[in-house]
Write a protein that binds this ligand. Structure first.
Ligand SMILES: Nc1ncnc2c1ncn2[C@@H]1O[C@H](COP(=O)(O)OP(=O)(O)OP(=O)(O)O)[C@@H](O)[C@H]1O
Length: 340
């Protein structure tokens, strides 16, 4: 789908986000001038190699930034509500959990083995709504589980009594009990087998359908998983968004050499893509303490040109589909060949 978004279609508009880790001897800017949009009902996948800034972006969007990470600048608009971000801004508490909610990496493994699920539910809800009674909190969770066709008896269980897949579904349900408009899920499927991944993805789709959540940012290094859930995919490289595109377009017709390299390094479960040779991307992502000048991908790029080493790459395309790339500018509408 193309065209101009009206403000009623927009769930998230994040603009010019910058955030840095304070480290000995300076700062590591891990998210650098990133802008993203999510439409209502949309799943935006965020992909990229380890260390490219995906989780940092998730922390900014979920308002869970804490030292040594600091937001330097940027703004958010979620469901019509505006928020300026920066070192001196304190996001309102009411946003966390209700407007934006984070399902952090490894959440299912952070459940305490001695705490029953129902007590975990109470602790989570009470942290946001101190006045809530225990029975009210547990009843809310029971109703929600039933709404999603999950057995309410899990509330009586200890974490070890649940399978990995069920544990992840339960923490996902609990992280959305306050009906957040935007769920940011960080590697939610990476510890799951393929069938548990599929069930979790179906559950997220059902949550969107029932408007329990308004949209999802799904962070993963696993492009084949994104191909099954994401409506659009943003590919991050060295703290920036290299390309954003509708999922099928990005998988089949990437317009940034990094997206193509990433695709050539995985097996995509589509027949014509299975022919593609599996290989890694030569070299390693740069240190964000000293990123390369101009285009950050230029030292690894198979299509590098002189200008890529000296000038910041332009953003080519519109809000829904663009890439940050000199090659893309000089080859309008063209696809970068995968497996090159
Ligand atoms: N606690 C920290 N202190 C200093 N620098 C950090 C810290 N955490 C992350 N970084 C820096 O921020 C960069 C981005 O990290 P981030 O965790 O956001 O990447 P990621 O893409 O989510 O990686 P992964 O897939 O491994 O989780 C890293 O390359 C690292 O340089």
């Amino acid at each position: 789908m193309t065209g101009v978004m009206t403000s009623t279609d927009v769930l998230l508009r994040a603009e010019r986000l910058r955030a840095a880790y304070n480290v000995e001897g300076g700062q590591v800017v891990a998210v650098d001038d990133v802008s993203v949009e999510v439409r209502k009902g949309e799943v935006l996948g965020v992909a990229g190699e380890s260390g490219c800034g995906k989780s940092t972006l998730g922390a900014i969007l979920s308002l869970t930034v804490r030292p040594p990470l600091y937001v330097l600048s940027g703004s958010l608009e979620v469901d019509g509500k505006q928020l300026d971000l920066g070192p001196d801004q304190k996001p309102p508490r009411s946003w966390r959990g209700e407007v934006v909610s984070l399902l952090p990496q490894g959440a299912m493994n952070s459940l305490s083995p001695t705490v029953r699920i129902r007590d975990f539910v109470y602790d989570v809800i009470r942290a946001h709504q101190p006045g809530v009674r225990r029975d009210q909190a547990i009843e809310r969770a029971r109703q929600r589980l039933e709404q999603l066709d999950l057995p309410a008896r899990v509330l009586d269980y200890y974490p070890h009594q649940l399978s990995g897949g069920m544990k992840q579904r339960v923490v996902t349900v609990v992280s959305t009990l306050l009906d957040p408009r935007l769920l940011i899920a960080d590697e939610p499927t990476s510890a799951l087998d393929v069938s548990s991944q599929r069930i979790l993805i179906e559950m997220l789709r059902e949550m969107l359908k029932q408007d329990i959540i308004g949209g999802v940012i799904f962070i993963t290094h696993d492009l084949p998983v994104l191909n099954t859930i994401a409506d659009r995919i943003a590919v991050m490289y060295a703290g920036k968004i290299a390309e954003v595109s509708p999922a099928t377009e990005l998988i089949n017709r990437p317009r940034h050499p990094y997206s193509a390299s990433l695709l050539s390094s995985v097996l995509v479960p589509e027949p014509h893509m299975r022919q593609v040779r599996v290989r890694g991307i030569p070299g390693a992502p740069p240190s964000l303490a000293r990123p390369p000048a101009a285009c950050r991908f230029h030292p690894r790029c198979p299509l590098v040109m002189d200008i890529c080493r000296t000038e910041d790459p332009p953003r080519v395309g519109d809000e829904r589909r663009h890439s940050l790339c000199w090659w893309a500018e000089q080859h309008p509408g063209q696809t970068v060949e995968v497996g090159r």
